[in-house]
Design a binder for this molecule. Structure first.
Ligand SMILES: [Zn+2]
Length: 170
């Protein structure tokens, strides 16, 4: 993940050398350790299948930043239909995938700091060039995350996220 110059932390009072501009999750919210090794279940770096019934793709939810600098990215998982998951898999290494229309999907990651939950927000998944994770476009609702994607976030918001995630409450 890209990082910015550091910041003075209002949480611990110290200077943190890096302000992260993104965070990822290694698995969909529905994953748990008990699923590992189950038939019909696989967790990879970019794809996940649970019980041959639930199909997930790893994706990037980009929030434009209003200040100078790079955009902020939440690493997320999106649940696709079996047919669309098969299509994504079929075109995985095919440059023609960039011409695919977006796939409907449900957000399968519960992101911190948002209320109500980000789980199961409606999304469109946009294919990217081979080797690049797809991007997520949220349904344009009043959900705070959808609003942030539409209107952008400030550096102070990025810092507030960092302070929370660097100092999780025990
Ligand atoms: Zn701190």
């Amino acid at each position: 993940m890209t990082t910015d110059l550091g910041f003075d932390c209002s949480c611990c009072g110290r200077h943190h050398d890096d302000l992260p501009l993104g965070y990822g999750t290694f698995a969909p919210a529905f994953w748990h350790e008990g699923l590992a090794g189950k038939p019909g279940t696989v967790l990879g770096d970019e794809q996940c299948v649970i019980d041959r019934e639930h199909f997930f793709i790893r994706a990037r939810l980009v929030l434009p930043t209003l200040d100078d600098g790079d955009d902020f990215e939440w690493g997320v998982w999106v649940s696709l239909s079996e047919a669309n998951f098969a299509r994504v898999t079929e075109l995985w290494t095919n440059p023609a995938r960039e011409q695919e229309p977006p796939y409907f999907g449900w957000l399968a990651t519960e992101l911190p700091t948002y209320e109500p939950t980000t789980l199961n927000l409606k999304t469109n998944l946009h294919s990217q060039p081979v080797g690049v994770r797809p991007t997520v476009e949220l349904e344009p609702t009043d959900h705070p995350l959808a609003v942030e994607q539409r209107t952008g976030i400030t550096r102070s918001r990025v810092q507030a996220i960092a302070e929370l995630l660097l100092h999780p409450t025990p």
